[in-house]
Design a protein around this ligand. Sequence first.
Ligand SMILES: NC(=O)c1ccc[n+]([C@@H]2O[C@H](COP(=O)([O-])OP(=O)(O)OC[C@H]3O[C@@H](n4cnc5c(N)ncnc54)[C@H](OP(=O)(O)O)[C@@H]3O)[C@@H](O)[C@H]2O)c1
Length: 306
Amino acid sequence: MSQAANSSPSNPARRVAFLGLGVMGYPMAGHLAKAGLDVTVYNRTAAKAAQWTAEYGGRAAPTPREAAKDAELVLACVGNDDDLRGVTLGPDGAFAGMARGAVFVDHTTASAGVARELAQAATGLGLHFVDAPVSGGQSGAQNGKLTIMCGGEYASFERAAPTLAHYAAAVTLIGPAGAGQLAKMVNQICIAGLVQGLSEAINFGERSGLDMALVLDVIGKGAAASWQMDNRGKTMIAGEFDFGFAVDWMRKDLGFCLDEAKRNGASLPVTALVDQFYGDVQRLGGSRLDTSSLIWRLRQLDGGGA
Ligand SMILES: NC(=O)c1ccc[n+]([C@@H]2O[C@H](COP(=O)([O-])OP(=O)(O)OC[C@H]3O[C@@H](n4cnc5c(N)ncnc54)[C@H](OP(=O)(O)O)[C@@H]3O)[C@@H](O)[C@H]2O)c1
């Protein structure tokens, strides 16, 4: 471990590292470079890191540990719990390279359990950890308008927030370690039932011979309005399901919700059912379709084609 990092709310981090340049991480890290920060990136598939530095400048490192060395803030957006352990722990993990006092911010949608586990490991090494899953999808990442839900100590959050603001519309501390992930689960529970309801409504209207684009324009101004209706309604009607957040990811997220519900005793009957519907979409070959593909499942079942 090297010298203590010294970012603060009035002295935001200048040297940052970003681990995981996927659909979300690539543009998020890009916003940091465009804001003039000194960014070092790491990506498991090195070609993507090379592409990123060709586009934005900065440096690419061969391991998370190398990327994290000298960074005041280390940010990550990888796939799941194990991927996250892979980039943080072990001899080549970021924690082994971070300076004492530096802050690790995780944007992966992961379990609350892994957030608590890594927060504890970080504390033991004199580091700070903030779980900070995001909502807003690929377009939110590209436009810099994500909603970020954070869990951790207030002092760590305060140090990270000005940096996260470069790609966020809102950055909020919800509670202690794991609370960001729990808030993201609430978000996904809201979405699951809503998308199934919207799918049933559009499929019903179509089978009744209604002009559903017209119907959505009308009811979208009333009590049935939703972000999903505004942003996905017309594309669902058109049978377009290529909007970034894949069914495979949604099943991972709903798995976290259902696991957590076993612990906290909440009943999630609709969420559990919709999770099975997404399982049907996977079996029908739609793993990489986006989450609005629940209507695609209904059309297949009802014999209506794509
Ligand atoms: N896409 C969305 O709309 C959206 C919205 C909200 C939240 N999220 C969440 O954000 C996270 C990332 O999503 P995404 O869409 O950006 O995924 P993605 O495009 O599949 O990118 C995943 C990234 O993680 C890296 N990675 C995966 N496993 C790894 C491992 N074991 N070690 C090191 N790196 C690893 C991948 O590296 P490679 O390039 O080598 O594969 C890639 O950079 C997920 O937790 C997802 O649930 C996504």
